[in-house]
Design a protein around this ligand. Structure first.
Ligand code: NIG
Ligand code: FE
Length: 418
């Protein structure tokens, strides 16, 4: 493993180090562990020490000559961003649907008519593993160029055993081949496949009796996610699927209250989900229940914008004591983007999160939402050296000058990858 890397003179080093233990809530979300004139020593792929340049000059006085020096003068340095919710592995694209929606046909109408998730499911079933791998590899490259070093990815465009396994195996290969850490979620319950129309419970039974046990046996996923939504899976069906996953060690996640209020947040709290996603229409009771059980809200403001819906009520959730994370929701229908910086901008603009809260939600809270907090989400001794240097002098500027990619350089496990 080459020389140590010493990043010096950063105008601001945002470490996200804090005395708070779990996912950050309330004002903890604004405590970014900022060091002015910051410095960072990386060795063997991990962070050895972060502090002011003066402190590190003293500490490493005898070893300074060994290191490769990176001059971060005038720049912001942060942890690598974490995207805790994507559907990054899929076949085909759906640009025609985008146009239909602009002409007034809504997302669920398109899906119920056999488009939407069903269209991507057809294209994903047709694609072979190599095609899926290549398409998704390119998307992961794009994530990396936008400062993202850890990504969660869901299956859910197979909707049959064979193709769900294919998607998850592609994710496993991508995780090995690409610098990004890709953390897999099984989402066989993304839609009821057309061949089960009118026999929805048969598909639920198939998920429970066959697909979940097989995914667990092959150790292809850490989480089990369900699209709990009117005309997709009911709260009762969702609960059965999530409880079945728990019995096999799969941790629940829920796509909850996205299009209509459907007690998805309440369900997430009841089953002890690690996170609940979307939550545009979450009820006050649901938000209170999430706070009470420690469910992280994973909010997706790019999806809300793209579907021309009002964004989730982040302020209400933060005030209620829910830890908030944010994500691209990268998928071919409701959010074809890989830009976490844009998502941070939108968290501020459409959800009135502060610039500090948005950065917290895209780093340490996002890491907690996918159980990656030991490795990712902050710059602290012993953690992976996943680091981004930005062409702006402070974190406020990152959120203020919006829609622009400010990334200067990215290190993953201490290797410069951008
Ligand atoms: O999280 N809402 C459900 N699932 C995805 C969209 C999937 C698609 O349209 O292909 C989401 O937004
Ligand atoms: Fe999603």
């Amino acid at each position: 493993m080459g020389k140590p890397i010493w990043i010096k003179y950063a105008a601001q080093l945002v470490t996200m180090a804090s005395s708070a233990k779990g996912p950050r809530k309330h004002e903890e979300m604004s405590d970014l562990g900022v060091i002015e004139d910051g410095s960072l020593w990386i060795e063997h792929g991990v962070v050895v020490r972060a502090g002011s340049t003066e402190q590190l000059e003293q500490h490493f006085a005898n070893r300074a000559h060994e290191a490769e020096i990176v001059d971060a003068y005038g720049k912001l340095v942060t942890p690598g961003l974490v995207d805790p919710h994507t559907h990054v592995v899929y076949g085909g694209t759906r640009e025609q649907e985008f146009e239909k929606r602009l002409k007034g046909i809504n997302y669920m109408e398109i899906m119920n008519a056999g488009g939407g998730i069903h269209a991507t499911s057809r294209m994903t079933r047709e694609a072979d593993e190599d095609e899926l791998f290549e398409q998704s590899f390119a998307r992961l490259d794009s994530f990396l160029r936008h400062g993202v070093t850890t990504v969660e990815g869901k299956s859910g465009y197979g909707l049959n055993l064979e193709t769900e396994l294919k998607q998850l195996r592609v994710m496993k290969k991508l995780n090995e081949a690409h610098p990004i850490d890709l953390i897999p979620t099984f989402m066989g319950a993304h839609a009821v496949p057309k061949e089960y129309k009118g026999r929805e419970d048969d598909y639920v039974n198939h998920l429970i009796d066959t697909m979940i046990p097989r995914v667990a046996e092959e150790e292809l996923a850490r989480f089990n996610d369900v699209f709990c939504e009117k005309n997709v899976f009911t709260p009762e069906q969702s609960e059965r699927i999530l409880e079945a996953g728990k019995a096999f060690g799969l941790i629940p996640k829920v796509h909850a209250d996205e299009i209509e209020s459907y007690s998805g947040a309440e369900l997430a709290a009841r089953v002890g989900a690690i996170s609940a996603e979307h939550l545009l229409k979450a009820s006050d009771e649901g938000i209170a229940a999430m706070a009470e059980s420690g469910v992280i809200a994973c909010l997706l403001p790019a999806t809300a914008l793209y579907l021309r819906e009002e964004a989730a009520h982040a302020r209400k959730m933060i005030d209620a004591g829910v830890a908030v994370a944010i994500s691209t929701d990268c998928n071919p229908g409701s959010s074809p983007t890989t830009s976490m910086p844009l998502v941070m901008n939108l968290a501020c603009i459409s959800m009135r999160m502060t610039p500090a809260e948005a950065l917290c939600a895209a780093t340490i809270n996002a890491a907690f939402a996918i159980g990656a907090e030991e490795d990712a989400g902050s710059i602290e001794a012993g953690k992976k050296a996943d680091v981004v240097m930005w062409n702006v002098p402070n974190y406020q500027m990152l959120q203020y000058a919006f829609g622009v990619n400010h990334v200067a350089s990215v290190w993953k496990n201490g290797l410069q990858v951008v």
